[in-house]
Design a protein around this ligand. Structure first.
Ligand code: MG
Length: 260
């Protein structure tokens, strides 16, 4: 290549590099996933607006005592209600031990009111879905996402308090990493008639740090990653806390079974 060709070619590389540096940073999320039924967004849509951030103080239900008749799932020391005891237990909390597996309750539940406290890692590591990720699964497959969404952008339907892959929370009511946060959840289990026809979808109300972020939200189906899953008839299911590889902590977990 003679010098008359080398100069314009190198200029082209310079200009294209400069242009991509100036381009807007790509937002986390996907552009090739299915459209969520009844919505205009794709599952984990990169373009879906992120919920407005609201400033919240410590939750009023922090440290709430289980009412009479409640099922205490974790009181700070006793892990006997859970499928294994490989998570770290100290100072009144359980902490996800990477690759030890998610925790499931031995007992199965249908409709419940659940109180649970969690803290994402104080030492901030990773970004988007890699930061403080865990989850609270209800009746088996219905996930209320746990994530460090404090100064951490991810796709809207995967941020903290999202009904994962379906509904972002109404607002971002997160507390900073390392601080204790609350979920007060009312979950109405899906119902099928005798013929197997769905009569009621899984219906979820979530208060995140005392702020109502879902109000009787009807889930589209079981939670899924990058997909939409149809309902399949099932009975009571366990509560599950997800091991997503991040040392997220949980404490003061109890529920009241709702008689219907
Ligand atoms: Mg999760």
């Amino acid at each position: 290549m003679n010098k008359f060709i080398i100069f314009p070619v190198s200029m082209l590389f310079f200009i294209s590099g400069f242009t991509s540096l100036c381009a807007e940073k790509k937002l986390p999320g996907y552009t090739d996933t299915p459209i969520i039924p009844g919505q205009k967004w794709r599952v984990h849509d990169a373009k879906r607006p992120r919920p407005e951030i609201v400033k919240v103080g410590p939750s009023k239900t922090l440290g709430a005592k289980p009412p009479k008749g409640a099922v205490v799932l974790f009181d700070g020391t006793d892990t006997s209600k859970w499928s294994h005891n490989k998570w770290k237990v100290e100072n009144g909390y359980m902490e996800v031990t990477r690759k030890s597996g998610s925790l499931q309750t031995k007992q199965k539940f249908s409709s419940i009111k659940l109180h649970i406290e969690f803290a994402t890692p104080k030492e901030v590591k990773g970004e988007s879905q890699g930061r403080g990720n865990s989850g609270v699964f209800l009746c088996g497959p219905y996930e209320v996402q746990v994530l460090d969404s404090w100064d951490n952008i991810s796709y809207a339907d995967g941020q903290c308090a999202a009904l994962y892959g379906q509904f972002p929370p109404r607002v971002n009511a997160c507390r900073p990493p390392g601080e204790w946060q609350t979920y007060d959840i009312e979950f109405l289990a899906p119902k099928w008639d005798e013929a197997g026809k769905l009569e009621r979808k899984a219906t979820v109300t979530v208060l995140h740090n005392g702020v109502k972020v879902h109000d009787k939200r009807q889930m589209i189906g079981p939670s899924g990653h990058r997909n939409v899953r149809p309902y399949k008839k099932h009975g009571p299911g366990p509560i599950q806390l997800q091991d997503h590889g991040n040392p997220t902590r949980f404490r003061n977990i109890w529920l009241v079974e709702l008689k219907e």
